[in-house]
Write a protein that binds this ligand. Structure first.
Ligand code: FAD
Length: 507
């Protein structure tokens, strides 16, 4: 398999250069101007790589890592779809592996106990996995992210969280085997029973221990349809107690998807009431909002799966039974029925709109946190109702997750409490001068993080980003020693994922 190397050069011409000049790797490589490998979705960082490699197979990945090991100070960053915020998939003066170029793998496996899995390549987009699973086999992975233009290897290096995580855990809890190229250039298959330390390290490992070239993902029969529901709350306490009740119901006895978001209690088109209705014929009637409501409201977003053959009355009955227990504001309930694919691809519409008005390509100073349920009420009072009282120009997600669904052997760290909330500030703001300076929004994020420290909240950053190793030590807490040992075992020269800025390359 021939790997393609695209070199960052001043001109746009592609030229063939004997590879020995750069890496001493056998084979022929194409050098040329690269598009975008030095940028990411965050739009706030840039890095000039030495070269971009388009690996065709795991062997190419291994060759690139081994070649980097032979050169002092050369690093390697796997780039999934570059949807990081803070340059995590970049490598200044290093090699960037464009994982999307990898040959696509797709095999359905049925085990003797009836469980189903698909083997997919690390560079596949989740959207591609969904489409192939549903169209070829009418199956689908159980745990998702909200947006599917992300790669399998990219989300498994973090966690992969969405409205199904309360039931099945993050995406990292839904894979049983990986093929990984370690920082030593070895290609290893790993699972809970084979090379288990590498398996646990890699899941949620921020790309520090190996490059995921293949993953075995648990799948189940795909539903046909989804009843997609939003209900609005004026009181945070009602919102959280209903959300927590819903996520603790057993499988088959609740909704299949539970998320929530905060909105501004006003007619602001980006942050307020208009963000709730789901169809062209639905309208948010502000008269329904109680006069006691504060500056922000809360919305639970729920979904129930069903099959075409299910009787509509039975679906209505189940939805009514569950909604009947909730304390949302009467008259502020919105519902639509959509196909399962439409539901999972729902963010694509947002992407199209944002691209059309230029805010998809603008900087995105996003912040993601996990906050313990014991501090979530204070977070609401201090952050949602004060710092973010005017919104963030995009969704502010807040919904509960269960720690029991997270495997503590994986590298990702979460709060100690049994229930914690994911909070995502998904800022979609026009670039300056139309919008505020990006730096101001970054400072607002820091203010929120600092508040969490000052108040002693039990919290962790999700998709973490720090400038100093001291901060990384604080982030991992008592798991730091394990993290360092894993690094020494699997990437002793610290070649991999330099954009995370955790370790420095050892010459
Ligand atoms: P990249 O940004 O390319 O890479 C991320 C990190 O993983 C880098 O350090 C990189 O070196 C490493 N890496 C990439 N590929 C591999 C590989 N094959 N093996 C090992 N390491 C690798 N997250 C959620 O959990 N839930 C969501 O609902 C969600 N929605 C999002 C919506 C949008 C619009 C965006 C921009 C992000 C969202 N995210 C969400 C965050 C997303 O999961 C992470 O940013 C993820 O890293 C992006 O995947 P990527 O393929 O673009 O990875």
């Amino acid at each position: 398999m021939i790997a393609y190397l695209e070199h960052f050069v001043h001109g746009n011409d592609t030229e063939s250069i004997p590879n020995d000049d750069v890496l001493g790797v056998e084979g022929s490589f194409h050098f040329g101007a690269t598009a975008g490998a030095g940028k990411d979705f965050g739009g706030m960082k840039s890095a000039k790589a030495l070269a971009v490699i388009r690996p065709g197979a795991s062997a190419d990945v291994a060759r690139a890592v081994k070649a980097a090991a032979r050169k002092a100070n050369l690093t390697v960053a796997a780039r999934g779809n570059g949807h990081s915020i803070n340059g995590q998939a970049m490598a200044e003066n290093g090699l960037v592996l464009d994982m999307r170029a990898m040959e696509s793998h797709f095999t359905l496996l049925s085990l003797h106990d009836g469980s189903l899995y698909v083997d997919v390549s690390g560079g596949a987009l989740w959207e591609e996995v969904l489409k192939r699973c549903v169209s070829q086999f009418r199956v689908a992975p159980r745990s998702w992210t909200d947006y599917l233009g992300l790669t399998v290897g990219g989300t498994l290096s973090n966690a992969g969280v969405s409205g199904q995580s309360f039931r099945y855990g993050p995406q990292t809890s839904n894979v049983t085997e990986l093929e990984v190229v370690t920082g030593k250039g070895e290609t290893l298959v790993c699972s809970e029973t084979q090379n288990s330390e590498l398996f646990f390290a890699t899941l949620g490992g921020l790309g520090q221990f190996g490059i995921i070239t293949r993953a075995r993902v648990a799948v189940q029969q795909a539903p046909d349809m989804v009843r997609w529901i939003r209900v609005v709350y004026s009181e945070f306490e009602d919102f959280t107690s209903d959300a927590e009740w819903l996520v603790t119901l057993g499988e088959g006895d609740g909704f299949d998807y539970v998320e929530g978001f905060v909105l501004v209690n006003s007619d602001d088109p980006c942050n307020g009431w208009p963000t709730v209705p789901m169809g062209p014929n639905q309208r948010f009637n502000p008269v329904r909002v109680p006069s006691t409501a504060g500056p922000v409201l809360y919305c639970l977003e729920l979904a129930l799966h069903y099959r075409n053959q299910d009787h509509p009355a039975a679906v209505d009955m189940e939805v009514d039974r569950l909604l009947g227990r909730l304390r949302f504001v009467e008259g502020l309930k919105f519902c639509v029925d959509v196909t399962y694919m439409e539901f999972l691809l729902r963010v694509n519409r947002v992407e199209e709109d944002a691209k059309a008005n230029g805010i998809w390509d603008a900087p995105h100073p996003w912040l993601n946190l996990f906050v313990s349920n014991s501090h979530i009420a204070e977070f609401d009072r201090e952050v949602f109702k004060k710092i973010l009282i005017h919104g963030v120009g995009g969704p502010i997600l807040v919904y509960p997750l269960l720690r029991s669904k997270w495997d503590s052997r994986h590298s990702v760290v979460v709060p100690d409490s049994n229930i914690f909330y994911i909070i995502a500030l998904l800022r979609f703001i026009p670039p300056p001068p139309k919008g505020p300076p990006t730096q101001l929004l970054v400072e607002q994020n820091h203010e929120i993080i600092q508040l969490c420290y000052n108040r002693g909240f039990d919290f962790k950053l999700y998709l973490p980003h720090y400038h100093s190793q001291e901060n990384w030590m604080r982030h991992y807490g008592d798991k730091w020693t394990r993290f360092v040992e894993r690094k020494a075992n699997f990437d002793p020269l610290a070649i991999l994922a330099p954009g995370q800025k955790i370790f420095s390359r050892i010459p």
